[in-house]
Design a binder for this molecule. Structure first.
Ligand code: IMP
Length: 424
């Protein structure tokens, strides 16, 4: 069976957690392939909100096994807290349902400190990182210095840990940024968390997934962040440190490209971004404020308010293309209820030309946006359950996007709960 992918097409926070949760019933295995606890996947059911950072969103379903792939970076301390949160669910045997790749890299306490020192040293040019140590951990991975989950099974791993920690401390001093920390406390917490991590099952995930596929198991690879935060194809340097796009699922799980089946692309009916970096359709007016308020646009990991703006079709087309999206899912349609007029960015004015593709530089000084105006709708969508109930102006919006993106929109989400999901 092919491996299906589920990816965010914007700057993250598209609502992937909810959709994986909705789709999980159809899959035997849910696998995370990149990123780390910078992600915050929010799921809402039975009136309660749950935020997952490292653990795949299939954990709440009885049928699904959950794999943390080699492309993920794990902070044992945050991971331990996530597991403790799961303890409140009676009967949820996460030890039986969670498998961790030996090749996944570990975020050390000093990676987090390095992240803070690096950001502080950048001043105005800071990335707006979640400060979870993501960048420094991937730097150690590609620099061939990292510590992997599988190393925890080796006798000398603590020596390797100490050597890397000492190097990090020298680097923190180099940054000349005032970072206060108590290493002893951080390490006590870290080693306690390592014990918990070691109580879970480690696997060679590429082999495990290969055999699972051969045995006819269905697999969904769950992306984190969004395509425009991809280290190669995003708005560099204001990006995260992994490949968030479709190819990242191959390298982050060991799945061959010809084994990829459906590519589900998730986008919001408008656009948001947290952290720094260009955002051509960003709004600084009442409309943006309304989107943020109605859409409750605050980061699930950091609590930071998200920047809001109209849908950017130029950027969305790019993401559909880079990922090879086969089906689209539009989230938060309900947040746009009440606007008389909606705007969609259909082109950029770039260096005196009108273009419809994402150019190298999309900073405000390089790009002016071209908008198409569309009629809004007033109806409250949150109680709707059938596509036939959706207002005609929303259907026009959806059909326009499908035509432009040449990809069908199969799900329209009209609220955060599992049940507020309309299939088309
Ligand atoms: P980092 O990956 O924590 O270093 O953050 C780099 C950039 O990616 C910052 O702009 C973050 O706000 C953004 N970012 C990282 N993870 C997420 C996410 O899960 N959702 C949205 N933005 C994210």
């Amino acid at each position: 069976m092919a491996v299906d992918l589920l990816l965010g097409l914007q700057w993250g926070d598209e609502g992937k957690g909810k959709i994986v949760d909705v789709l999980t019933k159809d899959y035997d295995i849910i696998a995370r392939f990149q990123g780390g606890p910078n992600a915050g996947h929010t799921l809402e059911f039975d009136g309660i909100k749950h935020v997952l950072h490292t653990i795949p969103s299939g954990i709440f379903h009885d049928n699904a096994l959950n794999v943390i792939g080699n492309g993920v970076v794990i902070d044992p301390v945050i991971f331990k807290k996530e597991l403790e949160n799961l303890d409140q669910f009676e009967g949820l045997d996460y030890k039986a349902k969670l498998l961790i790749s030996r090749k996944a890299h570990l975020i050390l306490p000093t990676h987090r400190l390095l992240d803070a020192a690096s950001e502080a040293s950048k001043g105005k040019a800071k990335i707006g990182s979640t400060l979870k140590g993501i960048g420094p951990t991937y730097m150690d991975k590609t620099g061939r210095n990292g510590i992997r989950v599988g190393d925890l099974e080796l006798a000398d791993w603590k020596d390797r840990y100490s050597a890397l920690r000492d190097k990090h401390i020298a680097m923190i001093d180099f940054y000349d940024a005032k970072i206060d920390y108590n290493l002893e406390e951080l390490e006590t917490e870290f080693f306690k968390a390592i014990k918990v991590l070691k109580s879970l099952k480690f696997i060679d995930s590429e082999e495990y997934l290969y055999q699972a596929q051969k045995a006819g198991k269905s697999i969904l690879a769950e992306g984190a962040q969004g395509s425009l935060l991809d280290i190669d194809f995003g708005t560099y340097p204001f990006v995260t440190s992994s490949n968030t796009t479709a190819a990242g699922a191959c390298t982050g799980l060991g799945v061959a490209p010809n084994q990829i089946g459906e590519v589900f692309g998730i986008f919001k009916a408008y656009t948001t971004r947290v952290g720094s970096g260009p955002f051509p359709t960003e709004l600084f007016d009442e409309d943006g404020e309304t989107m943020g308020r109605v859409g409750n646009e605050f980061g699930a990991t950091t609590g930071r308010p998200r920047r809001c703006g109209w849908l950017d079709l130029v950027a969305l087309k790019y993401a559909v293309q880079v990922n090879g999206v086969t089906q689209l899912m539009m989230m938060k349609g309900d947040v746009l209820s009440g606007f008389d007029t909606l705007k969609v960015c259909t082109a950029y004015k770039y260096k005196g030309e009108t273009i419809e593709h994402l150019p190298y530089n999309i900073e405000p000084e390089n790009v002016d946006v071209v908008y198409k105006e569309m009629k809004g709708w007033q109806a409250d969508l949150t109680g709707m359950t059938e596509a036939s109930q959706l207002p005609s102006a929303l259907m026009e919006y959806i059909e326009f996007l499908e035509k432009e993106l040449q990809t069908p929109i199969k799900i329209v989400s009209v609220g955060p709960d599992r049940t507020q999901t309309i299939l088309r």
